[in-house]
Design a protein around this ligand. Structure first.
Ligand code: ACO
Length: 330
């Protein structure tokens, strides 16, 4: 069974409800049939019911297993407006603005998750990452103890002797442009949890990446990674984490042994935490293209409840898989 098949199977045992706010997005409608058939989740589509049904019939998508909720006429709307107003009035939101905002399906979906009307949310087939994340950050917010959200990728590298039989978790590749040392430490813990929950990695070993290994170079950006490593080790004593490592020292046993002797994880890391978003995003795309790795994600970490962002280039299978991952995380 492949990793994705395992994730779908895990999801099917949970019976979670996932809201898909992009109800007029064709690939999203086409994904519903598989989501329902494999019992991956109980899907909710947002939008005008007759418009959604009309589009589904035009493209031949079976959406009979999905519930459809129209924010405009929903019985939830008034409560959601009030809740959003209370939540955001200190940020200058008045009632009129709250009423207009709750008509936006992305905000309505985040409020459904916040208020327990759905267990998770998946969007982004037609919206940018920023537009999907902003409502979630404002409404669902970060989990207790987490100050920032990160986006992890599961990288499945074919024929690789590194990581956990070629499987790695990379973070942050999608959300926080310049994390603080404290936030990098949080990403280390969250990524190890993702490795266990979604990849079946039993022994996550986290490498905090840099262009320096154990003091080989001096720069303020290296100091951040050194500090992040120390914070992660102190704050999460059960986490196997070390650094600062260059990428080869993190994953190649012989290099880890020579550059970071005595480290409990050098040379055998299967979770890689990057110093900033440029490094993380560039790295996952290079590994995906050059090593022909499968890149699954981004899986948002550190949110109080699960929300996941799709790529606008996603296909129907990707949507089914991201719904499954969201259900497993819920
Ligand atoms: N973690 C947690 N909370 C955050 C974060 C974060 N990283 N960033 C912002 N917030 C919170 C803020 O505290 C704020 O909360 P408040 O309004 O209650 O005070 C709220 O979110 C909005 O903050 P803004 O700063 O106004 O949000 P911004 O418009 O800057 O958007 C965002 C934040 C969307 C995460 C932005 O940083 C972003 O666009 N990041 C990069 C996303 C991206 O383009 N990724 C690459 C592509 S994805 C890919 O290739 C797979």
């Amino acid at each position: 069974m492949t990793l994705l098949e395992e994730i779908r199977e895990k999801a099917s045992k949970k019976g979670k409800t996932i809201v898909l706010p992009e109800g007029m997005e064709e690939r999203t409608l086409q994904a519903i049939k598989e989501i329902v058939k494999q019992k991956i989740a109980n899907p909710i589509l947002l939008g005008n019911e007759s418009d959604i049904k009309g589009l589904a019939s035009k493209i031949g998508a079976d959406i009979s297993g999905a519930q459809i909720i129209d924010p405009v006429s929903s019985a939830l709307y008034d409560d959601f407006v009030q809740a959003f107003y209370e939540m955001r009035k200190s940020k200058g939101i008045d009632l009129d603005k709250a009423k207009a905002t709750m008509l936006d399906p992305l905000y309505f979906a985040s409020m459904m998750v916040k208020m327990g009307k759905a267990d998770g949310e998946v969007a982004g087939a037609e919206n940018t990452t920023g537009n999907v994340l902003r409502p979630a950050l404002q409404i669902i917010k970060t989990a207790p103890g987490m100050s920032a959200v990160s986006g992890a990728f599961i990288m499945i590298v074919p024929n690789s002797e590194f990581g956990d039989k070629g499987i790695f978790v990379f973070a942050d590749c999608a959300v926080t442009p310049v994390p603080t040392a404290e936030q990098m430490a949080e990403f280390a813990m969250a990524s190890a949890e993702t490795a266990v929950a979604l990849c079946g990695i039993e022994d996550p070993k986290v490498g905090m990446l840099s262009f320096s290994t154990k003091g080989s170079a001096a720069h303020e950006t290296v100091e951040k990674v050194v500090a992040a490593t120390k914070i992660a080790q102190e704050r999460f004593p059960n986490l196997k984490v070390d650094g600062e490592f260059q990428a080869d020292a993190a994953i190649v046993p012989s290099v880890g042994k020579s550059k970071a002797p005595g480290s409990p994880v050098a040379g055998s890391c299967n979770v890689l935490v990057f110093p900033d978003l440029q490094a993380g995003n560039i790295s996952y795309k290079l590994v995906q293209r050059l090593a022909k790795a499968e890149a699954i994600g981004p899986i948002l970490q550190g949110m109080a409840k699960p929300v996941n962002d799709l790529s606008r280039g996603c296909n129907v299978e990707d949507i089914v898989n991201v719904v499954a991952m969201t259900a497993v995380k819920a």
